[in-house]
Design a protein around this ligand. Sequence first.
Ligand code: FMN
Length: 406
Amino acid sequence: MNKRVDRRELLKFLAASPLLTSYSAFAQEAEEVLGERLMDPSEVINVFEMEAVARKNIPPAHLGYLNTGVDSDNTLRANRDGFTRFQIKPRRLVDVSRTDTRVNILGTEASSPIFLCPVGSQGAYHPEAELGTARAAAAKGHHMVLSTQSSTAVEAVAEAKGAPIWHQLYPTDRWEYTVAMLKRAESAGCTAVCLTIDLPGGRNTETLSIMMREDDRTCSNCHTGQAKPMFEGLDMRGVGLNNPALTWDVIGRMKDVTSMNVIIKGVEVGADAALAVQYGADGIWVSNHGGRATETERGTIECLPEIVAAVNGRVPVIVDSGFRRGTDIYKALALGASAIGVGRPYCWGLGAFGQAGVERVLDLLNRELLITMRGSGTPTIASIGSDYVHDAGYRVPRGKLGRELL
Ligand SMILES: Cc1cc2nc3c(=O)[nH]c(=O)nc-3n(C[C@H](O)[C@H](O)[C@H](O)COP(=O)(O)O)c2cc1C
């Protein structure tokens, strides 16, 4: 804590210094002070402000885990910068007095195309953990996907949600464990399993390492090596979370042992999307793990068009990574995505205010999406097509100003 206060004092000094006029120093300082001023979810006006509140509540090492990208965080930034390549083309004098954001993806109905991504270890952000997330999703009618690495058991989360959830799968490198987890998720009422394929061989999370230095606590006091609830009854000694030997035939093997839909999470190129469909996938999830897997330097919004083209309507395409505004969500819908996932934004809400913070994040994103839908002459999700977005072909520099203080 003292280190954080010292840092803030340093930032204030830098911001005031006539020797150094740095916008980012001002912005950082403004953000940290803002986090202390916003006391109620209703005062928060966008997800960036929610991050500012979360920064105040979440210990540095946990915040580092939440916010880190990989290597130099270039893919993390590319996820945001990529949106500048696409611009909205609004149509006027369309009756938008009645709007409808409902969707149905593989039989799962939701009030909005915005769904909650699997984020592991939510107990690190708030004691309500995945139960707070599930209750918020239920209150707002949003769909959610639960991580293999959740702090809370799938059965309890499914009950809190009160409607079918999807299960995200890290398969481990033991096939019998894969089967055991599939059976358990199916018994808990999950209707789809999302196999994450973008972490076959580790990752380099430098921002996490840097922020861990800011944390005075001893990690081993809490991290006692206890397995996550999904691994209960499985001896995880010497077992890897992922299997670097996996190839596309895993889809058929999974379908042989489960009746859940099989969705492939972590697809970034059209050729892989085509292979996934060829091998029997029921859905394609365009994701770079929120810039936490391979440092590709390509935003998922930039990957989306070639994947939608390769899939050609045969299965739903969903997308995540870097979605922070209603306009971002609108662009993905216009480019052919059926649903859009958010990860960090709702965890900032959870860390800031528990369930109420997650609800506020969903309200803010839905409000922005609705404003964009009305403003563009597209009152329903189905009416948002490719005519409503222009691909400039390159990223348009935005500069550092604006509400996004990163
Ligand atoms: C802290 C953290 C933990 C995550 N844990 C998982 C996980 O257990 N399984 C998984 O498939 N993806 C995981 N993800 C990736 C998310 O499902 C999602 O792809 C990503 O957060 C979307 O990007 P965004 O955070 O920019 O919205 C995690 C992401 C974060 C930030």
